[in-house]
Write a new protein. Structure first.
Length: 228
């Protein structure tokens, strides 16, 4: 894994598509951001002093692919830190990012019939892969994407781009207010234990889905987007 480096970044654009969701685009004030699909970063709101330790920060999946000039994240306001972000991040503000971290798609795995399971903003690391040229090497992948209501499907444009990038991608959406939550039992029934399963979403969803899969699937076939 490449060593993480610190980037001085500028907030280039902020979208607020939903009351509790923000999409932030950053431009590097120095050299181009370097990362691989599916990796994540640490974002610090307080200034970074090289003579001191890295300030308090939070982890966020990188949503864009490595070939894009800018870097994008999506976050939900769920605690003190993300509430600070919603009030302090402004277009033109300079902040510090540290990346890359993680190896979600760099671990050895078969690229045949992979199953990608996403809850809410957990889809973002997949978008980093789905819109990258490397995704064309995946054969007949399936995405199971669950979100609260139709308003929360803010990724349709990127999913269209993903399906253009790899025409064998099958997208199955579950709208929770109409159909209930994603059910890992149903997902496993529609697939088989030899496939590779990726899980990304709220921590509780990851724990429950992983626990169920490991009753039927070899541990090497279950990949999770977990930061802790």
């Amino acid at each position: 894994m490449a060593l993480a480096r610190k980037y001085c970044a500028i907030v280039k654009h902020i979208e607020h598509p939903l009351p509790d969701v923000y999409v932030v685009t950053f431009a590097s004030d120095e050299e181009r951001f370097r990362f691989k699909p599916g990796q994540f970063l640490h974002l610090a709101l307080d200034p970074y002093d090289p003579s001191r330790q890295w300030p308090e920060s939070r982890c966020f999946s990188v949503q864009t692919n490595p070939d894009e000039d800018d870097l994008k994240i999506t976050y939900s306001v769920k605690g003190v830190y993300t509430k600070r972000m919603s009030s302090e991040l402004q277009v033109g503000k300079t902040i510090w990012l540290k990346l890359p971290y993680g190896e979600l798609f760099q671990k050895p795995h078969s690229k045949e019939h992979c199953v990608f399971i996403a809850g809410g903003t957990g889809i973002t690391p997949y978008l980093s892969l789905f819109t990258d040229a490397s995704f064309r090497a995946y054969s007949s992948p399936t995405l199971y994407f669950g979100y609260r209501s139709d308003d929360y499907n803010i990724y349709s444009q990127q999913l269209q781009k993903a399906m253009q990038n790899n025409s064998s991608l099958l997208v199955k959406c579950t709208v929770e207010e109409n159909e209930g939550f994603l059910k890992i039992e149903n997902i496993l029934d529609e697939n088989h234990a030899a496939q590779t399963f990726f899980i990304s979403g709220p921590p509780q969803m990851i724990r429950l889905f992983k626990k169920h899969l490991l009753l039927h699937v070899d541990v090497s076939k279950v990949m999770t987007d977990e930061w802790e």
